[in-house]
Design a protein around this ligand. Structure first.
Ligand code: HGY
Ligand code: MN
Ligand code: MN
Length: 416
């Protein structure tokens, strides 16, 4: 049995070059990326990824949600594959590494095994999950959610973007709607490499985050309806200002999250104001409240208090308020065996590491429902993400990918 030693390493330069090459597709306006799901840019990024996988000798698969699979054969074709991967879609003002590091890090694992002529019993499959971000089409992690049986495919196909374009139609339009049944693939294990998107690893000077849990997420879309009116000639007592009501609800959201310090968080990132004209009092606002916590009862308390406070504010201001749960998942505990493979890999490679709870949601949070799953995290500069200034170092990228390599190879079993 080959001892997984220091000589088992990825090619950090090649990984970095691939990250920079992918970053050229769907560039943002400030050095990051705007490669939103099911756009032409997403299609271009998929094509580049597929060309690299084919050059590495992978057999490609594509399912009906556009999830991409690149398989490196194992010596035992009946052995369930070890999957690695993440997502290539980005936020509108996204960084170059969120999701992309996990997909291209998985490809680097395959490229490096090819270079070293290493065979594994289990096949290894690199995956790109469609629409992890949930920006253009809510909810986040939509396609890994269909894969894990959380959402139906029909429901997913009917999701509409701000222009009323349906997910299923856009997936067909960009030419990435496959024939494979979604979720038919069985996994021996799944590993996702991802940037932390928070400040902990950098602040503690750790190379690697061994992700034991993922915090839960709740998205509630709130619609407040008042009355459009002239901002100049309408006396203050006559106003039914939906925008002001939203401001008061968002103040309450902040207080609710702080009341569960230090782990709970809450904010609204999506806000639409109608008619959004400088001299019209907003008649309607639609916004999404994003609550998160590692504890399910805290999430439930925050959701309940949002409705209580929202109803009180609406009553006092003479406006209507409505709520719709548009996304969410319970806190996640990852598989002990897979987590241990990650921790042992970091130890073996001599990287400093700490156990961590993921603050962001990831495809791994859903895949954890259907296969033993764990995540590897690397630091990011100032903990910044979902911002074009998102940055990591080549050393952090290589460290995370080397840990991924070792955890995957241990799980896929090297064959002499
Ligand atoms: O929302 C999230 O946590 C992820 O970035 N989709
Ligand atoms: Mn991500
Ligand atoms: Mn993200």
């Amino acid at each position: 049995m080959t001892v997984l030693g220091q000589n088992l390493k990825i090619n950090g330069e090649r990984l970095w070059d691939s990250l920079m090459e992918m970053a050229k597709i769907g560039p943002g306006v400030a050095g990051g990326n705007n490669r939103q799901t099911l756009t032409d840019e997403d299609g271009e990024g998929r094509a580049l990824f597929q060309s690299w996988c084919e050059a590495a000798g992978c057999e490609m698969g594509l399912d009906q949600m556009g999830n991409m699979f690149a398989m490196r054969a194992g010596t035992d074709p009946d052995a369930l594959p070890v999957y690695v991967g993440s997502h290539l879609d980005t936020q509108p003002t996204g960084g170059k590494y969120d999701g992309v590091l996990g997909v291209l890090g998985g490809l680097e694992v395959i490229r490096s095994l090819n270079d070293m002529g290493i065979k594994t019993k289990h096949p290894i499959v690199v995956t790109n999950f469609t629409n992890e971000e949930g920006t253009r089409y809510a909810p986040a992690m939509l396609s890994s959610g269909v894969f894990a049986g959380i959402h139906t495919q029909d429901w997913a196909y009917d999701r509409e973007d701000a222009e009323g374009k349906k997910f299923g139609d856009e997936l067909t339009r960009i030419g990435w709607r496959g024939d494979e049944e979604v979720g038919a693939r069985e996994m021996h294990a799944f590993f996702e490499l991802h940037i932390e998107q928070g400040p902990i690893l950098e602040a503690e000077g750790k190379d690697i985050g061994v992700v034991t849990h993922g915090q839960g997420l709740s998205w509630t879309q709130v619609t407040i309806t008042g009355k459009d009116a002239h901002t100049g000639s309408t006396p203050m007592p006559m106003r039914r200002n939906a925008g002001l009501a939203m401001a008061r609800v968002l103040e309450a959201v902040d207080e609710i999250a702080w009341s569960h310090a230090p782990h709970a968080v809450g904010a609204a990132g999506h806000i639409d104001v109608y008619p959004n004209s400088r001299n019209v009092i907003p008649g309607q606002v639609v916004f999404t409240v994003d609550f998160r916590s590692p504890e399910l009862d805290v999430i439930t308390d925050m959701e309940n208090r949002l409705r209580e406070e929202g109803d009180r504010i609406a009553e006092a201001m003479g406006v209507e308020i409505a709520y719709e749960k548009v996304g969410g998942f319970d806190p996640v505990k990852f598989d002990d065996g897979c987590v241990s493979a990650v921790r042992k890999a970091a130890d073996r490679l001599g990287f400093s590491h700490t156990d961590i709870i993921s603050g962001a949601g990831h495809d791994a949070c859903w895949i954890n429902r259907v296969a033993p799953t764990a995540m590897v995290m690397c630091p990011c500069v100032d903990g910044l993400s979902h911002n074009e200034a998102e940055e990591i170092s080549p050393e952090w990228a290589a460290a995370g990918t080397n840990v991924l390599l070792h955890a995957v190879v241990e799980t896929a079993e090297i064959v002499e």
